[in-house]
Design a protein around this ligand. Structure first.
Ligand SMILES: Nc1ncnc2c1ncn2[C@@H]1O[C@H](COP(=O)(O)OP(=O)(O)OP(=O)(O)O)[C@@H](O)[C@H]1O
Ligand SMILES: [Mg+2]
Length: 266
């Protein structure tokens, strides 16, 4: 674990289940401050769930989630609301408001959460759009944007309030390789220029390993491996090797457990 900035998120001995289905049992993991951490793992293992636990949209059955040293589950509704302003979550869909322009989408969190005058909001929005290269698209509606542009606009909106932490859930899904490359670079640029901490959940292992400072691999309710990209790449654990290489065959089966006999079912 890189020691310099300490950890912005500390998860300790966390257990969580969805109506009886156990997802995590004794999960302990740290996310280093100021860094980009990639969260990898097989589909259905609980990566999105862990982001929701960090944001306290979900509550653990036991264990703790500390953000900036604050126990997320000890907060009143009002305190939680204020802590959440320091974190931003960017989902795959981006979920822009369709009836607002890119400018209006980016201004929205500032209008809702601050009492800033419109001239200041204008300057902030302009700077955020500039930082994601979308200033020229300020007056376009989401329906007029390409997938990559929509992702960037969503990113501008998610940094409007200057969060400390930004969590990306599958930010590259459905993008062509060039756009993926652009988005990866953008995540890295924003992380350093804005002094952010980024947590990126993705299946695009190779792309994210190029910019991540730290990698956490989740599987079967716990941390399967963690370390710098170089440490992960040189791992001898066959499950990590399979995961990193995207091999179809290996310790992890492609088909979900309990699929039943295929021929029988046909
Ligand atoms: N609201 C819910 N209620 C019940 N079960 C759920 C709920 N959300 C997710 N699950 C289950 O919890 C498990 C973990 O889900 P999660 O979405 O966190 O996985 P993931 O690692 O993000 O997967 P993927 O890579 O496919 O996005 C899955 O088996 C899923 O079916
Ligand atoms: Mg997910």
């Amino acid at each position: 674990m890189p020691k310099d900035g300490g950890s912005i998120v500390q998860i300790r001995d966390l257990s969580f289940s969805y109506s009886g289905k156990q997802i995590y049992k004794g999960l302990t993991v740290d996310f280093p401050r100021g860094k980009i951490t990639a969260v990898l793992g097989p589909s259905g293992t609980g990566k999105t769930t862990v982001l929701r636990l960090i944001g306290a949209q979900l509550r653990p059955d036991s264990g703790t989630v500390l953000f900036d040293g604050t126990d997320m589950n000890s907060l009143s509704r009002r305190q939680l609301y204020s802590v959440r302003k320091k974190m931003s979550m960017l989902f795959q869909s981006g979920a822009l408001f369709q009836d607002m322009t890119v400018y209006e989408n980016t201004a929205f969190p500032l209008q809702v959460h601050t009492k800033l005058p419109s001239e200041i909001i204008h300057d902030i929005v302009t700077m955020k759009l500039e930082s994601v290269g979308m200033r020229a698209a300020a007056d376009l509606y989401p329906a007029e944007l390409s997938g990559g542009m929509a992702r960037r606009a969503a990113l501008a909106r998610s940094i409007a309030l200057d969060p400390e932490l930004i969590m990306y859930d599958e930010p590259f899904v459905g993008q062509d390789p060039i756009t993926k490359g652009v988005l990866v670079e953008l995540i890295a640029d924003l992380n350093s220029s804005l002094g952010l901490t980024s947590i990126v959940v993705t299946h695009d292992v190779r792309e994210i390993m190029d910019v991540a400072d730290y990698v956490v691999i989740l599987a079967e309710g716990a941390v399967l491996g963690q370390g710098t990209p170089d440490e992960i790449r040189s791992s001898k654990d066959p499950r990590i090797v399979q995961f990193i290489n995207g091999d179809y065959d290996g310790p992890y089966a492609f088909h979900l457990k309990g699929s039943g006999d295929y021929l029988e079912e046909l």
